[in-house]
Design a protein around this ligand. Structure first.
Ligand code: NAD
Length: 496
């Protein structure tokens, strides 16, 4: 079954057809037990289409196909140069279809089209190319042992990898997962989020066109507690890579532990601090702090949702940050319209969740400074929202909201702000603004976070590792580090 969408917008005109089935063993199939997912347009709340939802039997078929591909046509039997060529071909095809993917991504997630094109698709593309380059450069070491034996190490792929991704940036997440796993010779069963299944379906077509052997990449849409759970429990999957909420991460780890002790890497939630010292370049700090929280409508795991401002510049910062928030509020709207800077939240559920946090902020005594309400009559739009007079025990300061809502707080000293910024169960990102490079580096090092940004925010690069401290995750994606999350390191010791 296929679905054709006719885009007739300011930003993109064209017709895009996707296959709505399950992509298993290089073919489109229907689920064994009939089940579907309704896909909604977050900007209008209307149904776009319905796609197939896989269950445990479909996951099992995908795993068997992936295992067969691993043992026959891929894995150790395909040289790195060949894998690299295929990954580059995949990247070429994505580049040729960049606007189509950006349009589908924007339709499905509510992302502003131009930003989806420049940022999401731009990063996905560079990640695929980066790992194409790694495919023939994964090399072991030679080690001389104390007993004069020779040892060398090999990096062997795990085999069938399960990959479960979220809805906030589907194409970015897909590329982070597929890139290193394919470069190192693994085969894959990937499950997109049930909220945003469309771009992964289109991507499956590129996998065929690029010439990957059947079964190397399987893309099975489905519900988390059904298809996601089946991946977590499957005894033939040896590695699982997950991005999503901390709560789901726990479930996946538990299911992995109880089935066959899979290797698990997790990229989870966050409550990242943004710290602005009185010697910061205020224009830059305001620009980046606003980007840090409002980027992707606050639906970023690294969102800088707690903003700490040194007291002598607090009033000035708040005035400038409010002006930037107001500017963005005036540019809320249709993700495809020119001039739009801020789109909707992804779903009704997320809309309700964010609005409930706004209510909790008010009832716990924080001051609603600007925003705090829906925009328009239809779609899931929420105005960028600032709370002031917050204390660290409030829910809006402790819990991940995953919406365009921030808490701005005052601090006096460096010691004090480090202590309060670290007072969280999360540890994904942190942002430090100061023109004093010694201070900026000192504070960046003192913060318990997997990524630190100094005088910028949210910058990401295929070559730079990404991951979390504490309950924000286990393992690293991107860069050379991700390669090592996809392989066994196996020594061979030679006697005689
Ligand atoms: P989620 O945990 O609800 O869902 C993520 C994925 O897990 C989806 O594909 C879902 O179907 C699947 N899933 C749900 N229940 C499952 C189960 N029991 N077993 C297996 N799979 C299951 O998260 P979400 O709402 O899609 O995404 C938002 C969360 O993701 C936020 O907490 C955010 O911080 C986090 N996130 C983290 C990063 C990162 O890199 N650290 C990046 C993006 C998003």
């Amino acid at each position: 079954t296929t679905y054709t969408h006719n885009f007739d917008t300011d930003a993109f005109k064209g017709t895009v057809t996707i296959n709505t089935g399950l992509f298993i063993n290089g073919e489109w199939v229907d689920p064994v037990e009939e089940s579907t997912i309704d896909v909604f347009n977050p900007a209008t709340g209307q149904l776009i289409t319905t796609v197939a939802a896989g269950g445990p039997k479909d996951i099992d078929a995908a795993v068997n196909a992936a295992q067969k591909a691993f043992k026959t046509g891929w894995g150790l039997n395909t040289p790195g140069t060949v894998r690299g060529r295929l990954l580059n071909k995949l990247a070429d095809l994505l580049e040729q279809n960049l606007e189509t993917f950006a349009a589908l991504e924007s339709l499905d997630t509510g992302k502003v089209y131009n930003k989806a094109k420049a940022m999401d698709l731009g990063l996905s593309l560079s990640v695929l190319r980066y790992y194409a380059g790694w495919a023939d450069k994964v090399q072991g070491k030679t080690i001389e042992t104390t007993e004069n034996k020779l040892a060398y190490t090999r990096h062997e792929p795990y085999g069938v990898c399960g990959q479960i991704i979220p809805w906030n940036s589907p194409m970015i997440m897909l590329s982070f997962k597929l890139g290193p796993a394919l470069a190192t010779g693994n085969t894959i069963v990937l499950k997109p989020s049930e909220l945003t299944p469309l771009t992964a379906l289109k991507f499956a077509e590129l996998v065929v066109e690029a010439g990957f052997p059947p079964g190397v990449v399987n893309i099975v849409n489905g519900y988390g507690p059904v298809a996601g759970q089946a991946i977590s429990e499957h005894p033939k999957i040896t590695k699982i890579a997950f991005t999503g909420s901390t709560l789901t991460g726990r479930k996946i780890m538990k299911a992995s532990a109880e089935s066959n002790l899979k290797v698990v890497t997790l990229e989870l939630g966050g409550k990242s601090p943004t710290i602005v010292f009185d010697d910061a370049d205020l224009d830059q700090a305001v620009k980046w702090a606003a980007f840090g929280i409002y980027f992707n409508m606050g639906q970023a795991c690294t969102a800088g949702s707690r903003i700490f401002v040194q007291e002598s510049i607090y009033d000035k910062f708040l005035e400038m940050f409010t002006a930037r928030t107001q500017e963005l509020t005036e540019r809320i709207g249709d993700p495809f319209a020119s001039g739009t800077e801020h789109g909707p939240q992804v779903s009704q559920v997320q809309f309700d969740r964010v609005m409930a946090y706004i209510e909790s902020g008010k009832s716990e005594g924080a001051k609603l400074h600007i925003g705090g309400e829906r925009h328009g009559e239809t779609g899931y739009f929420i105005k960028p929202t600032v709370f002031t007079e917050c204390t660290r025990d409030m829910k809006i300061v402790r819990e991940e909201i995953f919406g365009p809502v921030c808490a701005i707080m005052k601090f006096k000293t460096e010691e004090e702000v480090i202590e309060v910024a670290n007072d969280t169960t999360y540890g994904l990102g942190c942002n430090v603004f100061s023109e004093n490079i010694n201070r900026a580096i000192r504070v960046a090092h003192a913060l318990e976070a997997g990524s630190a940004w100094v005088n910028c925010s949210q910058a990401g690069d295929a070559a730079v590792p990404f991951g979390g401290y504490k309950q924000s995750g286990i393992g690293r994606e991107l860069g050379e580090y991700a390669i090592h999350t996809c392989v066994h390191t196996t020594p061979v010791l030679i006697g005689g």
